[in-house]
Design a protein around this ligand. Structure first.
Ligand code: NAI
Ligand code: MG
Length: 480
């Protein structure tokens, strides 16, 4: 098969300036960690060290929470329209610095620049714009109820959409009058630290947003802190469950956005070439490091062979490599740990009897990489049909009837998202009613909009982010 060749088109890194060492961002300024401990953050595509990052301990967490507590009263008393102005300003500066933020995100996390530039960063700005709009309209969002902020929100985010998850957490918290202590993931702290600079640039009152870096223990200290009124977490189901146990009985508000194992369901009447694009986007977007990734393909039996032929042919055209190259479709795996997890689960899939397909694909020598992979002949009981792999790996199953598709799609512990491909509108609605998923996409996949709520059922968590619904987890709603 002929393959298009491309000249290299690397995005310049001149636009970013990375410091050697980053302290913690507390009370509007940079504060050295009490422990004096720093850890290295790398570029997963090259394994090159980018910076030394503070490891916050319990004392640092306490400092950040105190700063957020002190800032809470004046922030709440500010006129809502004034709070809105700050949030608008953040959105504008994100737009102004969009190229820098996109390059930094790709350098630290491994995602293709095409995605950080065209998806992540524009959605970050859109999210702040959207919630800025709500800040002075809460009485219309919740008519007949008084909306009161909770106080200090502790927010813990993952590494797959570092800046976007920060926006999903910080924008609604500020719009509702809360103050924030946010901890980015240990492998991807740099855009959150750049965001701290933006917080300074827009002259947000000190302490309204605090950014503390560290690992799991730092997150755990934030969850445990008695002066934190709300915990918002996105990450693994395992840690989500642990957090839920920790906050049980404390009266802390909690929202969890955890894993997924979404089905992308292709009926025999679907526009097949479009569906192939949707399936590719569903699982290979961001190397499959996506909680709502379409990691299970359910394809109707009569078209399965034809569809898989088309899919394999498409896989052969995906370009894996330098995340900063504008032609790259598949970037680096975020970390060595995640690469090990993907390899282990794919190995288990093959042992359990799946047939593996990987297109011929050159993998760079340094860095963490995994080729686009399809596991065929997977059955319901296989671990690769049940567990989140969080990598560029698609598990394929077939079905005969719509009922069987629903039963198979719902047969996982998760319930975050699903995709339906068919030309019949009635069938889309019939399926959407029956799928246990927070989001059901029809003839598309991985579409995000700040106005649309996102969140899960079952082990995918609870609480919604985005839309009017996304305000609720940050408010006490009382009758007037
Ligand atoms: P993780 O859940 O350990 O990490 C997510 C965040 O939680 C990070 O900021 C981490 O420092 C923090 N954290 C870790 N332990 C904590 C604790 N005990 N208390 C409070 N905060 C804690 O996820 P990890 O280990 O990076 O990835 C493992 C798997 O989780 C992935 O392979 C994937 O399947 C899933 N995952 C799902 C995500 C999603 O978007 N739903 C995002 C990241 C991972
Ligand atoms: Mg972990």
């Amino acid at each position: 098969m002929a393959k298009w060749t491309y000249s290299e088109a690397p995005e310049s890194t001149d636009v970013v300036s990375i410091k050697d060492t980053y302290d913690l961002f507390i009370g509007g300024g940079w504060v050295a960690p009490e422990s004096g401990d720093y850890f290295k953050t790398i570029n997963p595509a090259t394994e090159e060290v980018l910076a030394a990052i503070s490891m916050a301990d319990e004392q640092d967490v306490d400092k950040a929470v105190s700063a957020a507590r002190e800032a809470a009263r004046p922030w709440q008393r500010l006129a809502p329209s004034q709070r809105a102005k700050y949030i608008f300003r953040i959105a504008r500066v994100v737009q102004e610095r969009s190229r820098e933020l996109a390059v930094l995100e790709s350098m630290n996390g491994g995602k293709p620049i095409k995605e950080s530039r065209d998806v992540d960063v524009p959605l970050v700005a859109a999210h702040f714009f959207y919630y800025a709009g709500w800040a002075d309209k809460l009485e219309y969002a919740f008519p007949g109820r008084r909306a009161k902020p909770l106080g200090v929100a502790g927010q813990i985010i993952p590494w797959n959409f570092p800046l976007l998850m920060l926006a999903w957490k910080i924008a609604p918290a500020l719009a509702t009058g809360n103050t924030v202590v946010l901890k980015p993931a240990e492998t991807t702290p740099l855009t959150a630290l750049a965001f701290a600079e933006i917080v300074q640039q827009v002259e947000l009152p000190p302490g309204v947003v605090n950014i503390i870096t560290g690992a799991g223990a730092t997150g755990a200290a934030l969850v445990k802190h008695p002066r934190v009124h709300k915990i918002a977490f996105t990450g693994s189901t395992e840690v989500g469950k642990e957090i839920q146990r920790t906050v049980a009985g404390t009266g802390k508000h909690l929202s969890l956005e955890l894993g997924g194992k979404a089905a992308n369901i292709v009926f025999d009447d679907a526009a097949l070439d479009q569906a192939v694009e949707g399936v590719v986007n569903g699982i290979f977007f961001n190397q499959g490091h996506v909680c709502c990734a379409g990691s299970r393909l359910l394809v109707q039996e009569g078209i399965a062979e034809r569809f898989l032929d088309k899919l394999k042919r498409r896989l052969g055209t995906l370009r894996l490599g330098d995340p900063l190259d504008k032609n790259t479709d598949i970037g680096a795996i975020n970390s060595r740990d995640q690469l090990e997890k993907i390899k282990r689960l794919v190995g288990i899939g093959v042992e359990e009897g799946a047939e593996i397909y990987q297109p011929p694909c050159e993998v760079p020598e340094r860095g963490f990489w995994f080729p686009p992979t399809v596991l065929m002949g997977v059955s319901q009981s296989h671990r690769v049909a049940q567990e989140e792999i969080f990598g560029p790996v698609l598990s394929v199953m077939t079905f005969r009837t719509p009922d069987e598709a629903v039963e198979k799609a719902n047969n996982t512990p998760f319930g975050l998202s699903a995709g339906v491909w068919t030309e019949k509108g009635s069938r889309i609605l019939w399926m959407a009613d029956r799928l246990d998923a927070g989001v059901v996409w029809a003839n598309t996949f991985n579409r995000f909009d700040p106005g649309s709520p996102f969140g899960g059922f079952k082990e995918s968590g609870f609480g919604r982010e985005g839309g009017r619904h996304g305000l609720e987890p940050y408010l006490d709603l009382e009758p007037l």
